[in-house]
Design a protein around this ligand. Structure first.
Ligand code: GLA
Length: 373
């Protein structure tokens, strides 16, 4: 790992003189996956529109640069399983086929999550919570049907998403209300039954927080002690200019890896805007204010430079830990498509991804692309 890392630093240093901040960038024919693929899978969350080829420029970038994809939305329960008796596999089928046709590892996201959850899942016709037995049966059917359909074709599943609060307490979701923490091992058990070869992950945001970190470690140990399969902890990696602290993020990588699982950076992006909220709970949206949207017409050079430096610093951290980090996935392809334009404040213009609104690589990505020459 050390040698790989030193080589990478050397390459970065060798090109760093040539492309700083706002200087004109030289476009490279190199593909990200060819350069960093030796460290980990490099992925992007893709939309149904992109898979359908409705954005040809994005499609070109996805095919060229990434060797892994994850569904931005089409595998979430509200889309794929909208009523108890209806599954809608059209978009997920297309995504999996697209990944296979382009030699990409396809990641399944996500099986059990309190958000973007179909309305029927945890309640009866009158809106009352179902019994523990009914919920177990529903979870089992949901997981068996979806994981079973793509058996052998999905590399790994985000089995449970966001079950823990920053302070380390269990998030009080419907799943928790009805089944207590037992819903987590059950979800992992059902997923393993449906595809014994698929990797299984726990995924969450704000993983730099000590309370959450410790609880995740405890949970992974408990799952393992019960003989359940868990292969990786997914650190979503929704970042900003002032969070998370680099040291805290690194400590979490080390703590998760110390349990024997791999670590994945699963939803990487970095807002360049003033932070209104540091988490990623998509229920929490703040009111629009002009001062929260300071760069509607483009990032000033100084901000762009700071953003690129910070992204590069984290990317180097991922490389440094590439013995335990098996995948880095960006949550989207270009700035124009990012959810960050609408969260946590609607109607802003943000710059969080690896490619800009004109489909050009950001300077720190360009630096990596040029490093192969
Ligand atoms: C969470 C989820 C993702 C996505 C992002 C925001 O992090 O895991 O699926 O919804 O929020 O888009």
């Amino acid at each position: 790992m050390k040698i790989k890392f030193l080589t990478f630093l050397f390459i970065i240093a060798a090109v760093s003189m040539s492309c700083k901040g706002s200087e004109p960038v030289t476009y490279s024919d190199s593909a990200l996956k060819d350069i960093v693929g030796k460290y980990f899978l490099i992925g992007a969350a893709v939309s149904t529109r992109q898979v359908a080829g409705q954005d040809v420029n994005a499609l070109r970038l996805i095919k060229k640069h990434f060797n892994s994809i994850v569904a931005e939305n089409c595998m979430k329960s509200e889309v794929i399983h909208p009523t108890e008796d209806t599954y809608n596999f059209t978009d997920a089928d297309a995504l999996v086929k697209f990944g296979e046709e382009n030699g990409m590892k396809v990641i399944g996201h996500c099986l059990i999550w309190h958000s973007q959850l179909s309305r029927w899942f945890c309640v009866d016709k009158n809106g009352n919570n179902v019994s523990p037995e009914v919920l177990k049966e529903r979870m089992k059917n949901h997981i068996h049907t979806i994981v079973g359909r793509y058996k052998g074709r999905i590399k790994g599943w985000d089995v449970v998403n966001e079950a823990i609060e920053s302070d380390g307490s269990w998030r009080k979701t419907k799943f928790y209300e009805i089944l207590g923490e037992e819903y987590i091992p059950l979800a992992f058990q059902y997923a393993h039954e449906a595809d014994p070869d698929a990797e299984l992950h726990y995924n969450d945001y704000g993983m730099d927080a000590k309370g959450k970190r410790d609880k995740v470690v405890e949970m992974v140990k408990k799952l393992k002690a019960r003989g359940l399969r868990i292969d990786a902890v997914g650190m979503q990696g929704h970042m900003g200019m002032d969070y998370p602290r680099y040291e805290d993020f690194e400590e979490s990588i080390n703590s998760f890896a110390s349990t024997g699982v791999k670590v994945m950076i699963t939803e990487w992006d970095m807002s360049a805007l003033p932070s209104a909220y540091t988490g990623a709970n998509i229920a929490d949206v703040s009111a629009y204010k002009k001062e929260l949207n300071p760069y509607p017409n483009g990032l000033p050079d100084s901000v762009s430079l700071a953003w690129n430096n910070r992204m590069e610093k984290f990317f180097n951290l991922f490389i440094k830990h590439s013995d335990v980090i098996s995948r880095v996935t960006a949550w989207g392809v270009t700035d124009g498509d990012s959810w960050k334009n609408g969260f946590p404040v609607r109607g802003r213009t943000d710059y969080p991804l690896l490619f800009d609104r004109n489909y050009n690589p950001k300077p720190f990505i360009n630096k990596i692309l040029n490093s192969s020459k």
